[in-house]
Write a protein that binds this ligand. Structure first.
Ligand SMILES: [Zn+2]
Ligand SMILES: [Zn+2]
Length: 271
């Protein structure tokens, strides 16, 4: 790749449904990435349930091949872009996910495993949907189920890269939807999940998007990612951009995050 650092996590308007239709396209990101000298990996949402049931999902009807074709064509001109997908994990769809990985692992440069929902239609990363989920489940149960599902994803070894490991705290935190006293929201719990990634040799995302949510910190926190890197964890950095303006502002922060994490890693190998 042309540049030193890579933002591994950006979404486009055409291929991710949670973006404004006027939002950024591949070429918009490419323009800015070139100016600010950073490689960029497109990581649009790939969610089996939505693809099967919602015909308006951009990946319905086998459209993934068009997605790849579009990126591959751009790659002929630009040597600083990666094709990727943020693939939703479902515990009851492991076989299909494995088949998918078999078919597409080689076609794509990068696949990140991710969890936004475990009951289709109730993503915990949308505030309004999370409130609906809270109507039917206790907050403690939601947090516990999130971590359980993450553990299953990590131990399934379907994915080599794991996105935003504690994104459950996007809205559930002291600044927003407050956890009750019986909830385990400890940093230790996130650390254990990260250690499970290390054990399975998976790369952990340092997702800096948390700063724009009430939680006000990356996923996972700086302290946790620092500890995980000290313990030998492999990592990648993502801005999780859904708009161009945001992406541009994050570029220096993505680079700083790599410099910081690399310095910890290099310091280890000096010893
Ligand atoms: Zn995500
Ligand atoms: Zn994302």
């Amino acid at each position: 790749m042309k540049f030193k650092f890579t933002d591994y996590h950006v979404h486009t308007a055409k291929w991710s449904t949670d973006i404004d239709r006027n939002g950024p396209y591949f070429e918009d990101y490419i323009k800015l990435a070139e100016i600010h000298e950073i490689n960029v990996c497109f990581l649009d949402h790939f969610e089996l349930y939505s693809i099967e049931e919602d015909k308006t999902n951009p990946f319905s009807d086998g459209n993934i091949d068009n997605y790849l074709e579009e990126i591959d064509e751009l790659k002929e001109t630009y040597d600083f872009i990666f094709s990727g997908l943020e693939v939703e994990y479902y515990r009851d769809r492991e076989i299909e996910l494995l088949e998918f990985m078999d078919d597409y692992n080689r076609e794509l440069d990068f696949i990140g495993g991710t969890i936004h929902e475990w009951i289709p239609g109730y993503p915990i990363t949308t505030r309004e949907k999370l409130l609906k989920l809270l109507d039917i489940k206790e907050i403690k149960t939601i947090i516990d189920e999130y971590f359980e599902t993450c553990e299953m994803m990590v131990n399934s070894k379907i994915f080599k890269n794991i996105c935003h490991i504690d994104t459950i705290f996007r809205y559930i935190n002291e600044n927003d939807i407050k956890p009750t006293k019986d909830c385990n929201i400890s940093e230790e719990r996130v650390l254990e999940l990260g250690r499970m990634c290390i054990k399975n040799n998976l790369r952990i995302e340092y997702n800096i998007s948390g700063e724009r949510f009430p939680i006000g910190r990356p996923f996972p926190s700086k302290a946790i990612i620092t500890q995980l890197v000290k313990e030998g964890g492999k990592y990648f950095v993502g801005s999780d951009s859904h708009s161009l303006n945001y992406f541009e502002k994050q570029i220096p922060k993505v680079k700083d995050a790599y410099k910081y994490l690399n310095s910890i890693r290099n310091h280890l190998s000096d010893k």
